[in-house]
Design a protein around this ligand. Structure first.
Ligand SMILES: [Ca+2]
Ligand SMILES: [Ca+2]
Length: 496
């Protein structure tokens, strides 16, 4: 009876939208440094929101952030957004060079309304050089990406740095050793006049001519037609969420904003597929006015992103959905809502959790007539006379403790945003009885993917994104639970 509800819905050949990696032994997260001109435009805040959610989803680790504009309150805004997402300790630096732009429609409002521990005057905030050096020095080789969505001075200062107490390596050497990718929002392709380049032409020229790794540029045209942030125009959100307040103050009407910076963050973490593609290799250069020219075929490791505007609606929907997700980082370990117990013992009888049985208040309705059910913690448990779970008195033993190692299968190359499908990939050290389920953030069973015997080796289950009733489950945070011979392994992910 109960087991019938767990029959496998194993789906073999779906295109994957999202690859979920499970890691217990090794951390293969992408490390991200975010450099932003947190001042004039609000899409920088949108980009930071996306990166925060990618960190919530376990895809990246945020190492450091910097403000590349001269707006002193910009560091406090970055910190306020990080506080909101439960990461108050991300190191923050600010640009301390020549005066660049220092205006903002939203920054003072955000710094006034939301908690931060970086001062609004930036007097006590270091420049970014030491922060970025330290973040690079401590990261594994070839593990860091830069997402830069503002002016280029901080990056040139990093390249100019000498060996010091943090590392004997120069900035240039640290970049060569540690950086895996560079995603920069700036430029017009093949040539033109772009805000992020012309505000500091000298820094632009130096960065383009000296940066020693592959560079991917997201030009002014790419985010122009992708208007995001409309759903943030909500009074309740504006009161709680610094991202929503920033959009409200900047746009001041529910029309959203272009997504230059969010698209750069998106591509940096999730890759190009399926909406974008890269130009041929070439050289991006700038003149003394900061106007850029890209020459295809020249021998630099430079590329720009191409986009044909065809998928605006889909991308807007995806980005808005991610930006609306509540923060979850603080719940990452230990405070996650508990999953329901597998079984429950009362009156000398054992009851098993049964997702096919519905609950309304204190009343349960079993899937089959004749079944006896009880409600516990808003979940239905059905009496199981064969006692397949181990219950003693009122104590349920749901973890029999047989250790199983789930190995990861290369997270980054296989992250895919295709059709909202989630691939749960794991490996068995020996053949075992396996059950794979997906739960929502409240601990409610959303999908039963597999229940049966599996052979040793690589296994994967694909969640098509539908709930138990066959309806599309909402975007948000979920838990995948892989039960192997009674031992539970859970991993949190975000369905975008
Ligand atoms: Ca802080
Ligand atoms: Ca920007």
């Amino acid at each position: 009876m109960i087991k019938a509800t767990f029959h496998g819905k194993k789906v073999l050949f779906f295109l994957l939208i999202f690859f979920l990696s499970i890691s217990f032994s090794r951390d293969n997260k992408l490390n991200v440094i975010f450099d932003t001109d947190m001042s004039t435009d609000v899409d920088d805040v949108g980009a930071q929101a996306l990166l925060s959610h990618f960190a919530d989803a376990g895809l990246i680790r945020l190492l450091a952030m910097g403000n590349s504009s001269s707006l002193t309150v910009g560091g406090a805004v970055i910190d306020a957004v990080n506080h909101y997402y439960g990461r108050p300790d991300i190191p923050i630096g600010v640009w301390k060079g020549k005066i660049l732009t220092n205006e903002s429609s939203y920054s003072y409002f955000v710094a006034d309304a939301f908690e931060h521990d970086v001062s609004a005057t930036a007097a006590d905030v270091p420049n970014t050089v030491g922060l970025y050096r330290k973040a690079l020095a401590e990261a594994p080789d070839s593990s860091v990406i830069f997402v830069t969505v503002g002016f280029k001075g901080n990056m040139v200062s990093l390249l100019d740095s000498y060996g010091d107490d943090i590392s004997p390596l120069t900035g240039m050497q640290l970049v060569q050793k540690k950086v895996k990718g560079y995603y920069d929002m700036a430029g017009v392709y093949l040539s033109g006049h772009s805000w992020n380049f012309w505000n500091d032409p000298q820094a632009t020229q130096e960065l383009l001519s000296r940066w020693p790794t592959k560079m991917v540029f997201v030009g002014d045209d790419v985010g122009l037609s992708i208007i995001t942030g409309k759903p943030l125009y909500n009074d309740a959100l504006v009161a709680q969420n610094p991202v929503a307040l920033a959009y409200r103050k900047h746009v001041s009407y529910p029309h959203g904003r272009c997504s230059w910076d969010p698209i750069t963050a998106y591509i940096g973490v999730l890759g190009l597929d399926p909406y974008f593609w890269l130009s041929e290799r070439g050289c991006n250069t700038a003149n003394s006015s900061g106007d850029n020219t890209f020459i295809v075929g020249q021998d630099c490791d430079h590329y720009f992103v191409k986009y044909d505007n065809r998928d605006d609606a889909k991308i807007v929907n995806t980005l808005d959905s991610i930006m609306l997700l509540p923060p979850t980082a603080v719940k990452n370990d230990g405070t996650w809502p508990p999953l329901p117990d597998e079984c429950y013992a009362t009156g000398g009888a054992a009851y098993e959790l049964d997702p096919a049985c519905t609950v309304s208040g204190n009343t349960c309705t079993p899937a089959s007539t004749g079944e006896v059910c009880v409600v516990r913690d808003n979940h239905c448990y059905v009496k199981n006379n064969s006692v397949t779970c181990s219950c003693t008195a009122d104590t349920c033993i749901t973890d029999l403790g047989s250790p199983i190692v789930l190995i990861e299968k290369g997270l980054l190359p296989e992250v895919r945003m295709l059709n909202g499908k989630v691939n749960i990939n794991y490996s068995l050290k020996k053949s075992a009885q396996v059950q794979v389920d997906v739960f929502d953030a409240s601990g409610r069973l959303t999908a039963a993917l597999y229940n049966g015997h599996q052979a040793v080796g690589q296994q994967n289950e694909i969640w098509d994104g539908n709930d138990m009733n066959g309806r599309t489950a909402p975007r948000g945070v979920y838990l995948a639970r892989i039960k192997v011979n009674g031992s539970l392994n859970t991993v949190k992910f975000t369905r975008f």
